[in-house]
Write a protein that binds this ligand. Structure first.
Ligand SMILES: [Zn+2]
Length: 274
């Protein structure tokens, strides 16, 4: 699943191709991905609209149009790219937004069709964004703020990082990587983290995500940026997908456990509960 670094890479690459263009028409092949809206509702809403900018919030992509926002979530296998008329369509393309230059189309491709597309008229609250936590790359949060946010939560820190409510944009890969960098056992209850642990966590989140972004994100099975380039951060994984391999700090084998049905990778020597 694309996480913050991968989604941010997508946004940065498509932004110059979309900004200041007008959407001349839109088509959708899987209506369920737009629910509760319909293909007709969204195509009427976006047709003739000017693209003001493209932003990322957590793992969401917001295409800000005159009159509203097109909100896209890539989920497991979604991709977004601009295709010129000369290029052959790829399999599994699900939505097409034609641009006013007559040659380019913003394409949403999604083999598993779990991604979502919604349109929110200007001035209307964008529901999916309301409960998102801090932006890991931009927000300067204090240790006390993070402690306060975690003190109320009794679940383990790893699944908490996935739920988007404290920081938005961290998924399964970067949750394991961040906790190794912060030397925190992923099974530790949020409310039991020491002040020193919270401080290390607060510091590790932006460092790990910025580094991954510099590398164009991580490419596992099928993430590629809109220009087709794979990310390279997977070569720098410290724990993710390294079960049995030596910890790069202490040499002990990396362990894999399952938390909330997702794999967690960690070093039981370097990562402590206190
Ligand atoms: Zn270790």
């Amino acid at each position: 699943m694309p996480e913050l670094p991968e989604v941010e890479t997508v946004v940065r690459q498509i932004r110059p191709r979309l900004i200041h263009r007008t959407i001349s028409g839109a088509r959708f092949s899987v209506p369920r991905q737009l629910a509760p809206q319909t293909p007709r509702e969204i195509s009427v809403a976006v047709r003739g609209k000017y693209v003001e900018t493209i932003v990322r919030r957590g793992k969401f992509i917001g295409i800000e149009l005159t009159g509203g926002t097109l909100l896209i979530h890539l989920r497991m296998t979604g991709r977004l790219y601009v295709r010129t008329a000369r290029k052959i369509p790829l399999p599994y393309e699900r939505a097409w937004f034609d641009l006013d230059n007559g040659t380019d189309t913003l394409v949403f491709r999604d083999p598993r069709t779990l991604g979502t597309i919604r349109f929110f008229p200007a001035g209307r609250e964008i529901g999916p964004l309301v409960r998102l936590g801090w932006e890991p790359l931009h927000d300067d949060v204090s240790v006390d703020d993070v402690r306060a946010a975690l003190a109320r939560r009794t679940i383990a820190i790893k699944p908490l990082l996935l739920d988007q409510s404290v920081w938005a944009g961290i998924g399964n890969i970067y949750a394991s990587e961040v906790l190794w960098a912060a030397r925190i056992d992923p099974r530790t209850s949020c409310s039991r983290l020491s002040r020193a642990q919270v401080e290390r966590l607060r510091d590790a989140v932006p460092v790990v995500l910025r580094r991954a972004l510099e590398r164009g994100g991580s490419t596992l099975r099928d993430f590629a940026s809109p220009d087709g380039q794979p990310g390279s951060y997977q070569r720098e994984f410290r724990v993710y997908d390294r079960e049995g391999e030596p910890c790069l700090h202490c040499g002990k084998p990396i362990r894999r456990i399952v938390q909330a049905k997702r794999s967690t990778y960690f070093c039981s020597a370097c990562q402590k509960r206190r």
